[in-house]
Write a protein that binds this ligand. Structure first.
Ligand code: DC
Length: 219
């Protein structure tokens, strides 16, 4: 089981990272959150007010993205700066689709992701894992849920974190991010032909995890 490669793609807030982290723990796989990488680059461009792709890529060489696994979860760093929390902030979420649409940025991040996955034993989540990053993955999952349900989940998460949120605005933003991510020219969000569609609307996380683990065990 330990050298299996699993790709999990799907729209914003469909539960990909929650599900992927649990599967990684159960099956002894390394988890890579590729969305966090696009978020980290977005944070970098906002923080230093970088306006060109060249400037962003140069800064990324100075401050490379790193992940650190700790007992309290996976931390994301840019060089020595811990950006785990700040990359989840509204300003980053609002701008990330724009950065993720830039071809050269995608090429740089995809190369890192492919190196990460080359020896197997990984589960990666994102938008283009099954279609671009790990086209030969042993198992490809396309995780979806209704916009209403995704907005409700995110709303609850925000409430738990003490972040005040307007539900309708949240729903509109999720819809807009889906639209941008699935209509962009470079590697748009879409289901790979050989991916298995899993609709999580009205289904518990535990049930979704079990379903995917059963599929993985059959391989
Ligand atoms: O999964 P997330 O919401 O943290 O992802 C943030 C953004 O990054 C998302 O709007 C689209 C982009 N993304 C991408 O284009 N390709 C990936 N493999 C992962 C994320």
């Amino acid at each position: 089981m330990s050298d299996i490669t699993i790709a999990v793609d799907g729209p914003a807030s469909s539960g990909k990272s929650t599900v992927a982290k649990l599967i990684a723990k159960d099956l002894g796989l390394i988890y890579l959150d590729t969305g966090a990488m696009y978020r980290a680059v977005t944070y970098l461009s906002l923080k230093y007010q970088l306006t060109t792709t060249e400037e962003i890529l140069a800064r990324l060489i100075e401050q490379p993205i790193r992940f650190e696994n700790t007992s309290s979860g996976q931390l994301v760093f840019l060089g020595d700066e811990d950006v785990t929390r700040v990359i989840r902030e509204h300003a980053v979420t609002q701008n990330v689709s724009k950065i993720a649409a830039i071809k050269e940025i995608r090429q740089a991040l995809v190369a890192i992701q492919q190196r990460f996955g080359e020896n197997g034993g990984v589960i990666m989540d994102g938008r283009d894992i099954g279609t671009v990053v790990l086209t030969g993955a042993d198992l490809k999952i396309f995780l979806v849920a209704s916009v209403e349900e995704r907005a409700k989940r995110r709303f609850k998460e925000n409430q738990a974190k003490g972040i005040e949120t307007d539900f309708d605005q949240l729903k509109a933003e999720i819809k807009e991010r889906d639209r941008l991510d699935s209509t962009r020219k470079e590697s748009p969000l879409k289901q790979a032909e050989d991916a298995i569609l899993v609709d999580t609307t009205g289904i518990s996380i535990e049930t979704v995890v079990k379903k995917i683990e059963d599929l993985a065990r059959k391989i």
